[in-house]
Design a protein around this ligand. Structure first.
Ligand code: NAD
Ligand code: ZN
Length: 247
């Protein structure tokens, strides 16, 4: 990709931005080797979502769902943040107000060094007890091939991720909306923007006057609403934008 494809107006906009929000999805982690859900090679093409990522599915077949998450955790542990995650973390060093609102559960933004992260769909590297809500770090049950029992109450342990049909974590979504409304520039990176209510975040930003910038390898549902649509891999486009800022 050549440098000319990144609009100068975008760079000017960023230079004067006080508050920047990155709304990210599975695509930002694709270059780290983590499968996306939709699109080519997407996980949902291979397995049934309702079977694996819903509370009913878990209750029907807890050990199968647990094993699937253990498999995905292993996959996540073996990967590293890529240039996209790292560039977003760099922004924090040069701008006062940078927030990452992510739909990902892979913890890669944190591992890349971002500190201001709102996880809309939870974090695969955490578990909690269905009954007493005690949280457990992923290390605790790392070797378990079946659903573990809570040490305090004997309840079933589940991954701390938001399943289909479940509510988003209380407070996190509200905070994300607040930051969206405050933002001057809102990046939409590697997300098909079809999962609600998460997809309201960039819409709220736009309604409040933010400049929307989409980075994706293909056009999405939201492309026609953005100010700048940049087609390319986030691990290549984000570093280029950052370089053009000459910070
Ligand atoms: P999605 O799978 O629906 O869409 C991924 C998007 O990323 C697509 O639009 C695709 O074109 C784009 N993409 C692929 N490679 C890219 C690249 N290198 N650079 C830029 N864009 C690229 O993902 P979603 O919108 O995040 O929604 C799916 C749900 O799946 C979310 O709720 C999320 O919790 C979950 N999920 C998370 C992970 C993860 O944590 N890494 C992985 C899969 C799914
Ligand atoms: Zn318990």
């Amino acid at each position: 990709m050549n440098k000319m494809e990144i609009p100068k107006e975008l760079i000017e906009k960023l230079k004067s931005a006080k508050s920047i929000l990155f709304f990210t999805g599975a695509g930002i982690s694709a270059e780290s080797g983590i499968d996306t859900f939709r699109g080519k090679g997407g996980l949902w093409n291979k397995m049934s979502a309702q079977e694996l990522a819903s509370f009913d599915g878990f209750m029907k077949n807890p050990n199968l769902v647990w094993e699937w998450y253990q498999y995905r955790r292993k996959n996540v542990r073996e990967t590293e943040p890529n240039a996209g995650h790292k560039t977003i973390a760099e922004f924090e060093k040069y701008f006062n107000d940078v927030t990452v609102v992510t739909q990902n559960v892979d913890n890669l933004h944190k591992r890349a060094g971002s500190t201001n992260i709102l996880e809309l769909h939870g974090n695969i590297e955490r578990n909690f007890c269905l009954d007493c809500k005690t949280f457990y770090d992923v290390e605790k049950f790392i070797e378990a091939h079946e659903v573990p029992k809570c040490e305090k109450c004997g309840g079933m342990i589940r991954p701390d991720v938001v399943w289909f049909g479940e509510m988003l974590p209380q407070g996190v979504f509200a905070e994300a909306e607040r930051k969206a409304i405050e933002s001057d520039v809102c990046f939409i990176v590697g997300t098909s923007a079809v999962v609600y209510p998460a997809a309201y975040i960039p819409i709220s930003a736009k309604e409040a006057g933010a400049t929307l910038v989409e980075i994706n390898i293909e056009p999405t549902n939201i492309s026609h609403q953005v100010d700048f649509s940049i087609i390319g891999k986030s691990g290549e486009v984000l570093p280029q934008i950052f370089e053009m800022l000459e910070l």
